[in-house]
Design a binder for this molecule. Structure first.
Ligand SMILES: Cc1cc2nc3c(=O)[nH]c(=O)nc-3n(C[C@H](O)[C@H](O)[C@H](O)COP(=O)(O)OP(=O)(O)OC[C@H]3O[C@@H](n4cnc5c(N)ncnc54)[C@H](O)[C@@H]3O)c2cc1C
Length: 432
């Protein structure tokens, strides 16, 4: 089924047909999701000659299938990061997210893109969840994120506890992408949809092979979800996760805040504004991609849960989508190993995860590496501000786009250094 976002915007224009053969832009960005378009806009605004190449259409893979919350409160992400990294790293993560959220909010304000300001909530329904909630509260407190323990009054069921962060945003991802596209083009950028990039050399200039011919560029940025070039070995560092989203026409009052359960199976709630009135979005039931043969049951259980708690609600849409959990809780953004310093990638921006596999969504009984990684990223959140993290970690973009303070928030290359260690541990010699 179509997502509510594509259903609402059937008339989004496709890009012009452009002859790629022989083009020589300074930068080619591969992928027109939120990551690729935001990077493209920042570079084009700085005066660079940029081409974005997209296999499908704008937002066609993950961004146009998300729950589209732009929140700094992210389930148990902060405490999960703190289990593995220093408080300084967590503070850098928060700062990058804050900057990115502020950047996108300013952009939406300037362009008149509609969004809603809401309280974000993470709630627990079990004693175990409450302990995790307390750990999250403490982690947020350590880095100065002003969350508070509060009683949600809108949920139609008992909770053991909840954290609240006011002044967060819920967006329509396609409206945002469309506005980014318009600004990208306004600044001379070229966006081409329906073209697959199949290879990029490591020399200078980089030769980019596509399904519609070759072009060259000084730099290439992979903003493709998981990087499709295997030089970075991301297949060993990312766990693909599929999760499910349903939309419902409510029969009565629905919560106006954005809610996320800390207990499994995950439940993610928000409203979606439509001309016919508000709809209720309910997401969750994630699992490692491919590790279930009962995908339809994941949707059925979301529908049943919604009917139980919001009697009379009628399901209008359902879909699933995939994202990629990084093995050490932090996104990767920087030069691709083996890319000759001219190929960059930005990846590892997951949404929410259940702490244990949901009964309806199969089990994660894979390799020791992937199940360990899955567990370690329990409830890891979306990183709504992917673009800023990306740009702040790509050194050559730093010089052109960001102030020294922005550069300081994400130590360049640290992610890749950690990866080298992981690759050694996994004994994959050709990656080193
Ligand atoms: C169900 C779900 C809900 C989510 N909810 C949220 C949320 O509420 N808030 C949040 O911040 N995050 C959320 N996320 C996380 C989400 O993944 C990221 O926030 C973000 O949308 C990822 O954007 P992206 O641009 O990196 O990837 P994508 O949107 O997937 O864009 C990558 C693009 O690259 C293109 N591409 C791939 N390979 C090639 C190729 N070889 N050649 C040309 N093009 C190619 C694809 O067609 C695609 O359009 C959610 C994820 C899921 C799965």
């Amino acid at each position: 089924m179509k997502t509510v976002w594509f259903d609402r915007h059937p008339d989004l224009a496709l890009s012009d047909d452009v002859d790629l053969e022989g083009l020589r832009p300074e930068t080619v960005v591969v992928g027109a999701g939120l990551t690729g378009l935001a990077i493209g806009v920042l570079l084009a605004r700085s005066g660079q000659d940029v081409v974005i190449l997209e296999y499908q259409r704008l937002g066609g893979v993950t961004t146009g299938h998300t729950t589209a919350k732009l929140s700094l409160l992210q389930g148990s992400q902060f405490s999960t990061i703190l289990e593995r990294h220093s408080p300084e790293m967590l503070a850098a993560y928060l700062e990058a997210n804050r900057e990115g959220q502020a950047w996108l909010r300013r952009f939406m304000d300037e362009k008149g893109v509609e969004y809603q300001v809401r309280d974000a909530w993470t709630y627990a329904t079990t004693e175990k969840g409450l302990k995790e909630l307390e750990a999250e509260h403490e982690a947020c407190r350590q880095v100065g994120l002003a969350v508070e323990m509060a009683e949600p009054t809108e949920l139609p069921f008992e909770v053991a506890g909840a954290l609240r962060l006011p002044d967060q945003l819920q967006i329509d991802p396609l409206l945002v992408l469309d506005a980014l596209r318009a600004q990208f083009v306004e600044h001379g950028g070229v966006l081409v949809e329906g073209v697959r990039v199949t290879d990029a050399t490591s020399g200078q200039p980089v030769e980019v092979t596509t399904s519609r011919g070759k072009l060259t560029a000084r730099e290439v940025i992979l903003a493709t979800g998981a990087p499709f070039l295997d030089r970075g070995g991301h297949f060993a560092k990312l766990v693909p996760q599929r999760s499910y989203v349903t939309m419902h026409k409510p029969a009565g009052a629905i919560p106006q805040g954005m809610y996320l359960s800390i207990d499994a199976p995950t439940r993610s709630l928000r409203t979606v504004e439509t001309p016919e009135g508000q709809l209720l979005m309910v997401g969750g039931n994630g699992h490692v991609t491919g590790r279930t043969d009962r995908e339809s049951e994941a949707v059925d259980s979301l529908e049943a849960w919604t009917k139980e708690h919001f009697p009379g609600a009628e399901m209008t849409h359902s879909w699933s989508a995939q994202d990629y959990e990084p093995h050490d809780t932090l996104p990767f953004a920087g030069p691709l190993p083996g890319g000759g310093g001219a190929i960059y990638a930005a990846t590892g921006f997951p949404s929410t995860r259940p702490t244990t596999p949901s009964p309806s969504a199969g089990t994660s009984s894979g390799s020791a590496f992937s199940s360990a990684a899955t567990q370690s990223f329990a409830n890891s959140p979306a990183t709504p501000t992917v673009f800023l993290t990306t740009c702040a970690t790509v050194p050559s973009f730093n010089e052109r786009l960001f102030s020294a303070s922005a550069q300081a928030i994400c130590p360049p290359r640290s992610c890749w250094l950690r990866f080298s260690a992981a690759a050694t541990a996994l004994a994959i010699p050709h990656l080193l």
